[in-house]
Design a protein around this ligand. Structure first.
Ligand code: GLN
Length: 496
């Protein structure tokens, strides 16, 4: 197989061929390293780790030859640069951590390497995962591999896991890790035409992931098929005593349960998600999704999640409040950027003023304000109460339905530079993803069609806590029905 064919394999297929010794881990890794080099103009990676990748591939080939293959032996992956990787620079997309080399490995990535996966590099992201377009990174914006015909490349990949989504869509890796606080796996997956799963809060350990909003942050897989996401989750998930919110629930063989079908399942379509100004293509795809599920034997019913309109404002109080607290640690004292001032206070001010970008500073200000004496009750406490109401809406709905079907985002990828001077317009991208985040529920984005310009659109499936099985199964049914074979029509190629 040529390098260009190797990068087209799904993770599941690559695994089968590696096990059958039809291809070697080295060939597979080299093909992806070459693709990464061809597509540097996408700016999907902050750091490439080719030497380490080739070393890991050599070990994988040794194990494959010895019949000692582990579950992800020789599978080349990209890792969002929010996961700490021992001895590999971890930046969180921020100047304040631009040269931070962690001495330890995050639990999720440790599990991946222990399963034999190969690290290709660390992917670009919005600074501290704050954003929906990957335009707030200190390392510059990521370019979506999808461009409408006749247009110059320059659509956003979504965010904050925009580098991971672009890398998967452009065939630079077989899969990637993302993190999702309010939609950062699902929305970029939708914008790039790939699959992204945010598991139930507590499913994947947060240990060693740079914290944004701890009650919402959750790691998850991004890949080109539902099955590939399921395979990755089987390794990424699992109880970790080092994360106090990690849950001790069994990891299931999700990838082997996809074909069970959806006959008899009840799927809810929430009427509050029908928002003003939603593009017709999104409406149509959503209706098509419901039809596809019906045709496969599910019962689709309208449901109500009455507190949905309050989810976005609630999220944009809770997330900045937690961020303002989490980001207090970046003070220039023990690690990260330090800009000397005349005295301690000025050193703090200069370090943080120069180390953080505009969006991060905005969130710290909003969060500190919402938590300050006198405003705490009016904003933070109120937001916590509304958050409970939103979770209660879902709980009530899941008494009558097994899953919820919605669009993944209110539109397709927009151009880099758009919506940048209007934070509220930017925040609106997350309108369909934040409710599941606030309620801690598993949710997946599946590519389901193209809009009039030829850009991908995704559908979202939300499930009961810990019921990734049903979420993945419904997603798999949608994937089969949508038969989404479109690929980025004109990949940005260096020198091509
Ligand atoms: N776009 C949302 C935000 O800016 C969500 C980001 C995320 O999930 N990390 O906060």
């Amino acid at each position: 197989m040529s390098g260009r064919e190797l990068v087209e394999l799904t993770l599941a297929e690559a695994r089968r061929r590696l096990a059958a010794r039809e291809i070697s881990a080295r060939q597979l890794v080299e093909a992806h390293l070459e693709a990464m080099a061809r597509h540097r103009a996408l700016n999907a990676f902050v750091t490439e780790t080719p030497d380490r990748a080739l070393e890991m591939a050599a070990e994988s080939d040794r194990r494959l030859a010895a019949g000692e293959a582990r579950p992800l032996e020789g599978i080349p992956l990209a890792v969002k640069d929010l996961f700490c990787t021992a001895d590999v620079r971890t930046t969180a997309g921020s100047r304040i951590l631009h040269d931070f080399v962690p001495p330890y490995e995050s639990t999720v990535t440790r599990r991946l390497w222990e399963a034999g996966a190969v690290l290709l590099g660390k992917t670009n992201l919005d600074e501290f995962a704050m954003g929906s377009a990957n335009v707030t990174s200190w390392f510059g914006p990521v370019v979506n591999p999808w461009t409408p015909p006749g247009e110059e490349p320059g659509r956003v990949p979504g965010g904050s896991s925009g580098g991971s989504a672009a890398a998967v869509a452009a065939r630079l890796c077989l899969g990637a890790t993302g993190t999702d606080t309010g939609g950062s796996i699902r929305q970029p997956a939708a914008f790039c035409g790939i699959v992204g799963l945010k598991p139930t809060y507590g499913r994947c350990s947060r240990w060693g992931i740079v914290a944004f909003a701890s009650s919402l942050d959750q790691a998850g897989p991004m890949a080109r098929t539902v099955e590939d996401c399921a395979i990755l989750l089987e390794t990424m998930a699992g109880y970790d005593p080092r994360d106090s919110t990690s849950a001790d629930v069994p990891v299931e063989p999700w990838s082997r349960r996809l074909d069970a079908g959806i006959r008899g399942l009840r799927v809810g379509v929430p009427r509050e998600y029908r928002i003003d100004g939603m593009p017709e293509a999104v409406e149509r795809l959503w209706a098509a999704g419901a039809d596809w599920l019906r045709a496969r034997g599910a019962e689709v019913v309208e449901i109500s999640l009455p507190h949905t309109p309050y989810a976005l404002p609630t999220y944009y109080i809770v997330a900045p409040a937690e961020a303002s607290s989490n980001l207090a640690r970046y003070d220039g004292m023990r690690f990260g950027l330090r800009v000397e001032g005349r005295d301690l206070t000025e050193t703090y001010m200069k370090t943080r003023g120069e180390g953080f970008g505009r969006e991060v500073r905005r969130r710290i200000l909003i969060g500190t304000y919402a938590l300050s004496a006198g405003y705490y009750d009016a904003y933070y406490l109120k937001a916590q109460k509304v958050r409970r109401k939103i979770a209660d809406d879902f709980r009530a709905a899941f008494e009558t339905v097994d899953a919820v079907l919605t669009p993944a985002a209110p539109g397709a990828a927009f151009r880099i530079g758009e919506r940048m001077d209007d934070p509220v317009a930017m925040y609106l991208n997350d309108v369909f993803t934040v409710p599941a985040s606030l309620a801690g529920l598993p949710a997946i984005a599946v590519p389901a069609g193209l809009d009039g310009e030829g850009l991908p659109l995704g559908l979202q499936v939300i499930g009961r806590p810990w019921d990734e099985t049903t979420v993945l199964r419904v997603a798999h049914a949608l994937e089969e029905a949508a038969d989404f074979r479109a690929r980025p029509p004109r990949l940005v190629e260096d020198g091509a």
